[in-house]
Design a protein around this ligand. Structure first.
Ligand SMILES: Nc1ncnc2c1ncn2[C@@H]1O[C@H](COP(=O)(O)OP(=O)(O)OP(=O)(O)O)[C@@H](O)[C@H]1O
Ligand SMILES: [Mg+2]
Length: 346
């Protein structure tokens, strides 16, 4: 497969000031993205952040209202055909025919994209096997479970090994086992040389899969970088404490606030507290020193700590710090079928 970028920037996607409006609503409001080829790039944001709209613009399904976007060096408006020949899209969309079986869907797609009957049969069989769908191969897709449905969607979208695959919330609503299966598939797809743009509301998903992450909120990129960079921009780490005695928690909270000069979070568990350690561009050592000083103060005050850990902040904590509100990973994603008709480019 060719992975040349067209502009030899090594970038699969490059946008500058990208805007897409729906009436008064600036769904995408000046987005700059640089997605290195050959990696998984995570776009993380809550409901309505503008993830799907961004993906649709990049996949040439929606025309941008401002700014620029290039996919492998091709302008998504002026060179939409060239873009389409290199990308594939799945996720919050129906891409397979519900009334056909798994095999029929994949074979049909193979035939539609110019493969011989024999090659299409073979590819269908291969993919169904790789995605654990062999037993369901001759069942109509409308009778698939959510996890099977997601897998057949992804299988369909990589039938022709695209250079760039858009996965729009591929695991929303799936149980943990199915999520893990989809994650394994994503990892396998990338080893074939495909770049993956993955949107998600799940912080752990971006953490698991993506090399770089853009956090978007209300149409804007509010943070971007490697996982490590994102975490470092928010704080050096988080101290998790579990006390012996719940009655001591208010004192512990006060002492920690003072010693760490940080926000202290009271967990649902009445014995537990979490504090984020701020760093003035500092490093892990500084965090560890601050944490041990704080522990010493708790000991001096007669507060018994049963359990203590110092870790990097979670992406949840990153989102909270960036937006002052939680990322609501449990929120209900909008139903993909609610989408109004697409405004396809010529
Ligand atoms: N076709 C459309 N017509 C009008 N408004 C739209 C359309 N598509 C999206 N929007 C609006 O644009 C904003 C961004 O929506 P978008 O679907 O891109 O968010 P999202 O990040 O994908 O959210 P989710 O996680 O719920 O899928 C929302 O306010 C949404 O209501
Ligand atoms: Mg969406």
């Amino acid at each position: 497969m060719s992975n040349q970028t067209g502009r030899s920037t090594g970038l699969a996607i490059e946008t500058a000031g990208l805007v897409k409006t729906f009436g008064e609503n600036r769904a995408v409001d000046g987005v700059d993205l640089s997605v290195p080829a050959g990696t998984v790039y995570g776009v993380l944001g809550p409901n309505g952040a503008g993830k799907t709209t961004t993906v649709k613009v990049l996949a040439t399904l929606l025309r941008p209202d401002g700014g620029e976007a290039h996919v492998f060096g091709h302008d998504v408006v002026r060179e939409a055909d060239a873009v389409r020949s290199r990308v594939s899209l799945t996720g919050q969309y129906a891409s397979v025919d519900e009334d056909l079986t798994g095999t029929e869907n994949l074979v049909l797609l193979g035939r539609l994209t110019g493969h011989s009957k024999r090659a299409s049969d073979r590819r269908a069989e291969q993919l169904l096997e790789a995605f654990g769908l062999t037993e369901a191969a001759s069942r109509q897709v409308k009778n698939y479970s959510g996890g099977m449905r997601r897998r057949i969607d992804i299988a369909a979208s990589i039938l022709n090994t695209p250079d760039l695959l858009f996965l729009d919330e591929p695991t929303t609503g799936l149980d943990p086992r199915s999520r893990n299966q989809v994650w394994d598939i994503v990892r396998a797809v990338v080893t074939q040389g495909t770049t993956v743009l993955l949107t998600t509301q799940y912080l752990d998903e971006a953490d698991q899969l993506a090399a770089r992450i853009a956090v978007i909120d209300q149409g804007k990129v509010i943070a971007e970088g490697t996982k490590g960079e994102l975490k470092a921009s928010v704080g050096a780490g988080a101290v998790h404490l579990r006390l012996r005695d719940a009655e001591q928690r208010p004192d512990a909270e006060r002492l920690l606030k003072g010693a760490l000069d940080a926000q202290v979070l009271l967990e649902a568990d009445p014995l537990a507290l979490t504090a984020r350690i701020c760093n003035g561009g500092g490093n892990g050592t500084e965090a560890a020193e601050k944490a041990s000083r704080a522990l010493a103060e708790l000991a001096r005050a007669g507060i018994t700590v049963d359990n203590f850990s110092l870790g990097q902040p979670s992406l949840d904590e990153v989102f909270l710090a960036l937006t002052d509100r939680p990322a609501t990973p449990g929120g209900t994603p909008t139903d993909p079928r609610d989408d109004t008709q697409e405004e396809a480019l010529a």
